[in-house]
Design a protein around this ligand. Structure first.
Ligand code: A3P
Length: 269
C-alpha cells in the first residue's frame, strides 16, 4: 500500500497554495525520492481529466472484488495519488529497472480542456471565464502541462512490455473490450459473469452515483462548487458545445504544431 503521499487539504487557502502555486512541492519530491517501487505496482498515469477515476476504478476492480466491502472505501484511499511527483518523479521511475506496470490514458485535448475548466471552477476556486481558461490551456501553463509532452513521452514507450497505452474514446466505444484488454495486460483472468458486473459498475450512470468513486466525504469536507458534478457528462465531443470557431482553429493548429514530429495518429484534423 502506498504511503499517503497525497492528503487532500481542506482549507481553501492551503488548496490554492498547493494546487495553484505548487506549495509543498519539496515535501512531495522528497517523498518520491524515497518512495519504494515494487515490481508488483500498477500505475495509472494521465493528464488531468483524461479518465483517471474511471481507469483507477476499472483497474482496482480487475485486481480486487467489486462486490467486496473494500470497494466501498473512497477511491482516493484505495488508489492514492502520488501527485506532483508525477512531473519529475515518474521520469526517475521510468529509468529504473523495476518491472512495474503502467496504464497510460489519453483523451482528446479539446474535451480535456472543457473538462479541466469545470474542474477548476469546482475545485480550484477559478474565477475566470472559459475563454481565459482556453488560453491558459493552449499556452500550456496549467498544472501538469505541457499537455503533449505528457502524452508523447508515454506514446513513444507504448511498445514497452510494461506500458499499456489506452484512450478515453476507446473506453467509451467499447468498455467491455477495454476491460478484457486491461485484464489481459495485468495477467488477470475474469469470468464473463464478473465482466458483465464490472461493465455495469463502470457505466457513467453508475459511476455518477457511486459515493466511493466520487470521494464524496472528502469533497463534502472541502470548500468547492457543489453545483458542478465531478462526473459531469462523460461524453466524447462535448467541446463542440464550448469552443467557438476561432478557438477550434487555434486548438487544431496547436495540435498540428505539437504533433509535427510525431507519429501519434489521434485528434488530428
Ligand atoms: P467530463 O468532465 O467531460 O464529464 P478524471 O477522472 O481524469 O478527472 O476525468 C474526469 C472525466 O472523466 C469527466 O469528464 C468524467 O465525467 C469522466 N468520466 C468518469 N467516469 C466516467 C465513466 N464511467 N464514463 C464516462 N466518462 C467518465
Amino acid at each position: 500500500k502506498l504511503d499517503k503521499c497525497f492528503e487532500m487539504p481542506t482549507d481553501r487557502a492551503v488548496i490554492e497554495d498547493t494546487f495553484v502555486h505548487g506549495a509543498n512541492f519539496e515535501n512531495w519530491y522528497e517523498k518520491c525520492q524515497s518512495f519504494e517501487m515494487k515490481s508488483s505496482d500498477v500505475w495509472v498515469v494521465t493528464y488531468p481529466k483524461a479518465g483517471t477515476t474511471w481507469t483507477q476504478e476499472m483497474v482496482w476492480c480487475i485486481l480486487n472484488d467489486l462486490e467486496s466491502e473494500e470497494a466501498q472505501i473512497e477511491l482516493m484511499e484505495r488508489v492514492p495519488f502520488i501527485e506532483k511527483t508525477q512531473i519529475m518523479g515518474l521520469k526517475k521511475l521510468l529509468r529504473s529497472k523495476l518491472y512495474f506496470q503502467i496504464i497510460y490514458v489519453c483523451r482528446d485535448p479539446r474535451d480535456v480542456c472543457v473538462s479541466y475548466y469545470y474542474h477548476h471552477l469546482k475545485l480550484m476556486a477559478y474565477s475566470g471565464n472559459f475563454d481565459e481558461f482556453f488560453d491558459l490551456f493552449i499556452n500550456d501553463v496549467l498544472i501538469f502541462s505541457p499537455f503533449w509532452k505528457h502524452i508523447l513521452e508515454f506514446w513513444e514507450r507504448r511498445h514497452d512490455d510494461n506500458i499499456f497505452f489506452i484512450r478515453f474514446e476507446d473506453m467509451k466505444q467499447n468498455l467491455r473490450g477495454m476491460i478484457k484488454k486491461v485484464a489481459k495486460f495485468l495477467g488477470k483472468e475474469l469470468s464473463e459473469e464478473y465482466i458483465d458486473k464490472l461493465e455495469n459498475h463502470l457505466s457513467f450512470e453508475n459511476m455518477k452515483t457511486n459515493a466511493a468513486v466520487n470521494n464524496e466525504s472528502t469533497f463534502s469536507a472541502i470548500e468547492c462548487r457543489k453545483d458542478i458534478r465531478f462526473m459531469r457528462n462523460g461524453k466524447v465531443g462535448d467541446w463542440k458545445c464550448h469552443l467557438n470557431e476561432s478557438q477550434v482553429k487555434q486548438i487544431n493548429k496547436w495540435i498540428e504544431d505539437n504533433l509535427k514530429d510525431s507519429d501519434f495518429p489521434y485528434y488530428r484534423t
